[in-house]
Design a protein. Structure first.
Length: 140
């Protein structure tokens, strides 16, 4: 009888020790949102400029295209869930409001309003070379 109990206890101990070895994966969902991305946003940007910085929003309004919701969740090893959410409101295709769990930070040394990006940065059909154009030598 003692041998049977000892075998059962050994089996239970083995099962419990193996269950502690289960690997839990990191679960990452939605748009990756960083503070650097949010700091680049400011009212007056076009929706194309915002999309160039933030990517396509996770949630898109079907009937009104004046709102973009960016949601990000991260759960490392089955632990606590980190949630980030940013809601951007547009009026006539221009960014008017930023709300959610993250907000742009103003650096006290550069507290001026950032200048808007040119539309060339979001147009995939325009290619700009980093090398200066070659010019023909001029005769003097």
């Amino acid at each position: 009888m003692q041998k049977k109990i000892l075998n059962i206890l050994t089996l239970v101990a083995l099962i419990l020790s193996l269950s502690a070895c289960i690997h839990k994966v990191d679960v990452e969902q939605g748009n990756v949102i960083s503070q650097e991305m949010i700091n680049q946003l400011h009212p007056g940007m076009t929706s194309d400029q915002v999309q160039f910085i933030m990517g396509h929003p996770v949630l898109v309004e079907t009937f009104e295209n004046n709102r973009a919701d960016y949601v990000y969740t991260f759960q490392p090893n089955g632990g606590n869930i980190t949630k980030k959410r940013v809601t951007l409101l547009f009026n006539g295709g221009v960014l008017t409001s930023i709300s959610g769990t993250m907000h742009p930070e103003l650096n006290p040394t550069t507290a001026s309003t950032p200048s808007p990006m040119s539309n060339d940065a979001v147009d995939p059909n325009i290619h700009t070379d980093t090398n200066p154009p070659k010019t023909a030598p001029t005769e003097q």
